[in-house]
Every structure is written in C-alpha cells, then in structure tokens.
Design a binder for this molecule. Structure first.
Ligand SMILES: [Zn+2]
Length: 324
C-alpha cells in the first residue's frame, strides 16, 4: 500500500515467529529505488516476482539501498541488483561485515567462539548446537554484489526529486542506515526504531569486550536530536507509527531499567546465563539462547564499562559478574 506519495509499503514473508519484514519502494523517475529486500527464500523470490508486474507496474529497479546487513534486510539484494543490473547502496561497515559473516559458511566453528559461549555459562548441549549451526548466516542471503556504493552519515540522497538524509545508528548492527525525508516528514527507520519490540543489541564472539548498548543509547539520543517528532516512522517490523520521540524515550528507559535490575541482581555473583530471568519476561530455550546471551552480555558489558560491575573467570573459564 502507499505510505506516502511515491512511497510504497510492501511486506515480505519471514520463516520465523517474527513473520514479516517491511520493505519500501520509492518512485524514482522511470525506476524504483528499493529500501531493504527480504530474506533469501523461495517465498520472498515469489513475492518479488508477483510485485514486479503488479504493484511495481513493470518499472525496473534502478537502485537497492539496504539499511543493514541482517539477512531479512540484505538477503535478496544480490538477486535484485543482478537481475536489474543496478547498484547496491550501503554503509561500509554493513557491507564489509556482511561479506565477513557470509564467508563463515563451510568453516569450522572457531575456538574463540566456543570459549566465548562457555564463558557465558553454556552447557555442552548448547555448545554442540552452536557448532552445528555455525556459518549459517550465508545460507540466508543471496551472494552480495562484489562492489557497492558507500553511504555515510549526513549524506543527502536524491530519490524521485526529493532529498533523503542518511542517519547512521549503532548498537543493533555496526553502521545501520536510517533515511529521513524532511519534505515528506518520513523516516525509514530499519531496525533502529521499532514500534512494538526492542531491537536486539548483542555482544558477539568476534568482539567479546564490545559495549554495543552504549552505542545504542547514544544513537537513540542522537536520532531524537536530529529528527523531528513530526515524522511518520516507517519501521522494518510491524506498522508505521507516529510519536518518534516518545518511542525513543521508551526504548532507552527499557534498557536503563534492565541495567538497574541487573546491578541489583549482581549483589550475588552470576553468570550471563543466570540473568535471563532478570532481563526477559519469557523463558529462554535453545532457539533463543544466542540472542538472549548476546543481549545479556551487552548489558553486563555496559555495567563493566560504567564501572558498576566486574567480571571474574573461574578455573573452568566461566565468567562470573558482580556489582561493585
Ligand atoms: Zn536487524
């Protein structure tokens, strides 16, 4: 459906509990500029094949922009850019990180990663499950094009005669792109601002000491200072919404409250896997373990960087956290 003049809202299916992703087709002269692409599945390919002669009126895709490198956003970018012989526009860290993760396909699970999850308190069953899944990222994306056009913070991108400003956020992914069009009072927010769920903010084995939550909170504050509260926000999941600043306030409050609860719980030393009940409302099974562990570690690392907690390794290499 039309979200604004020249801005079409399409939905692509996802094979998981979060069963859809929103993508955007912006009228751009005789072509379309697409923002995000869906995960690489036969269902997504079929949905695009229906859209080309249907809602997209047979006009070609002239450019593909991806907000970030997660498979539901970037999965069909390589397929679309090859099919229409057009360019992929992306931030550099998203493009490079995507190539890096895709290259894990077929590799042995690295000892660094096994050590990382053992330190978090995972048992052997969880470690074996991780080893079996390792490298799976590349299965969900069509191979990226071998070159891209870099987008940097503050860039003004002209689409269909209107200016869209690039706003970079961090914490959910390394260099996430949002697009703000003051003339249409729209912001395409990707996963940086979602209306009903909090975006995953995780620590991953490649950078165990990272503090993505600090980056996330700084990005939230920066978006509030740069984007007017008047915009209609076009998010990647659920529905477009108004009230950007109130939502940003809720998101940062949720994380600050989680940090407070965590600091309280760490009066007694705990492992990362012991704090799920403090952080999440639903129980964490094997399928959510990687996300939950990454998110718990993001909050634990944030407390360490704020000098409100310390981490100590025991003889088995398991990390115990306590507040100070
Ligand atoms: Zn994402």
């Amino acid at each position: 459906m039309q979200a604004a003049p020249g801005v079409l809202w399409l939905r692509m299916p996802l094979p998981m509990a979060l069963d859809h992703i929103n993508v955007w087709a912006l009228a751009d002269g005789d072509t379309w500029t697409l923002v995000d692409t869906g995960m690489q599945t036969t269902d997504t390919a079929a949905a695009w094949q229906t859209a080309f002669p249907g809602v997209l009126c047979g006009r070609p895709v002239g450019r593909v922009i991806c907000t970030h490198m997660h498979p539901d956003h970037v999965g069909m970018a390589g397929w679309l850019t090859r099919r229409f012989d057009c360019r992929l526009w992306m931030t550099r860290l998203e493009y490079v990180t995507c190539r890096m993760l895709a290259a894990d396909l077929g590799r042995e699970p690295p000892p660094d990663a096994v050590r990382f999850y053992r330190a978090a308190g995972w048992d052997e069953e969880a470690i074996e499950d991780y080893k079996a899944r390792f490298g799976g990222f590349g299965k969900h994306i069509y191979a990226l094009p071998d070159s891209f056009r870099r987008v940097t913070d503050g860039d003004e991108i002209e689409i269909g005669g209107r200016m869209w400003r690039a706003i970079i956020g961090r914490g959910h992914s390394p260099e996430h792109l949002c697009l703000h069009c003051p003339e249409l009072a729209l912001m395409i927010s990707g996963d940086q601002v979602l209306p009903r769920i909090t975006s995953n903010v995780s620590v991953f084995p490649t950078e165990p000491e990272a503090d993505p939550l600090a980056e996330w909170l700084a990005s939230i504050a920066e978006i509030a200072s740069r984007v007017s509260d008047e915009v209609l926000v076009l998010p990647s999941h659920n529905e477009p919404f108004r009230g950007l600043h109130a939502r940003l306030g809720q998101l940062s409050a949720w994380h600050e409250e989680a940090l407070d609860r965590l600091r309280e719980a760490l009066r007694h030393p705990r492992r990362a896997v012991d704090v799920f009940d403090v952080m999440f409302r639903r129980p964490v099974g094997l399928s959510l373990l990687t996300f939950a562990t990454g998110e718990a570690l993001a909050h634990l690392n944030c407390l360490i960087h704020r000098q409100q907690a310390v981490r100590e390794l025991d003889a088995e290499g398991v990390a115990w956290y306590r507040s100070v």
